[in-house]
Design a protein around this ligand. Sequence first.
Ligand code: LLP
Length: 463
Amino acid sequence: MLPFISYIQGRLTIDGVGAESLAASFGTPLYVYSANAVRERFAQLQAAFAPLRPTICYAIKANSNIHLCRLLASLGAGMDVVSGGELERAWLSGVPMSNVVFAGTGKAESEILAALVGSKSPLVGTLPVTIAPPDNRGPVGWFNVESEQELERIARIAQTQGVVARCALRVNPDVDAKTHKFTTTGKHENKFGVPIERAVAIFERFRDHRSVFLRGLHCHLGSPIATPTPYVEGLRALTALMDRLETQKIPIQSLNIGGGFGVDYGNNAVEPIESFAHAINPLLADRVERGLRVIIEPGRWIIANAGVLLTRIQYIKDAGTASDANAEMTRTFAICDAGVHTLIRPALYNAHHTIWPAITTPELALNSLTPDAHISPTELLAYDVVGPICESTDFLAKARLMPKLSQGDLLAVFSAGAYGMSMASTYNDHPKPAEVMVDSQRVIRIRARQTAFSLIADELAPG
Ligand code: LLP
């Protein structure tokens, strides 16, 4: 169904291990990832963009678990980080700092310092890991700079430290990524980047700066993006800008085209990664031959469909039939131990995640993320899949057709590897879930379930 996540005789398995046995061992809610799926997705991405020989900087924000970061680092990924915390994770995962890009609209002075010299990082010394000290770990490969004032701040700090900051200017080309308005970043009204028409002046201003090497361009239009069209539109504007800069004797050395490649969520028509690559590669191949370094920074595409969220149904509540403004509606709630605090995407973006019982009959097992492709709706009932949180936005799905559910059933929420755990909260004082990685039938707990004590530990007054 998905790489390494599939039903075998009606039972969901991840890398060969049954979902039900994982839930029994580690409890629920539980995030489960397939290491082989991560490897396969990464290899597919590399193959698709091979003509550009890009540096693939994994967007840590999609899923920041250090073990997943380490796995990706071992495959040769660089990292895209957006905070001092993510910077430390990138470093701890073993990625050379030169393959790290530091993005984010609000970089604090301490974060810039940490990205430049490492040893001044506010986190150093507080980490409970036995690892070589970070002295001389070197500056990040590129700062993705979001404003002129940020560039001034980076320049000042780099000058004080006697180092040179390599910078890429993030430009906003005013291109519509045709995604949810909360996740569109390349339109004029979005806070990201500088308007593309101001870019030349900024490059000229910093052309000969002693502490800033401004020779990179960056653009990220939004995510998830379903077709290559916005990338093509954005790249036309970027390559025109590069040509203009070239005539001003400011040759661009590195072009970061962002992330955002859409994935199959079961309800959406998204083109395969090869289509994106076929549209993008020809626009840049010549420039790569002439020495341009291309960077891509996907998160979701690598990890979303390598992960699944397991949740146990606590109660089934039949709320009867109510007379809605539009129609007579029968509401049955499947109240789970996961909810908006575990996976916020449905509440925040009205995002669809396919949800299905982890154990069912072979006939009702899924063989794709689109259940109605092969299962007759007459065998299904409509459920609102909700959680334990005291908010009406606490839902994972509404009026979703599924086989008949019962109290105690285990549900699988698919495509949950990206922006699931990384956006989870402890709202209502629910501890965060555990995470496990399955690697060729080997089960590795990569995060312990949070304890109730740790929820209040930071609040205990000293003494
Ligand atoms: N680069 C930049 C500058 C970004 O802002 C993002 C995502 C990425 C790369 C990675 O995008 P990806 O390849 O993972 O789609 N929380 C939302 C998505 C917001 C992503 C924010 N930036 C979600 O759950 O869909």
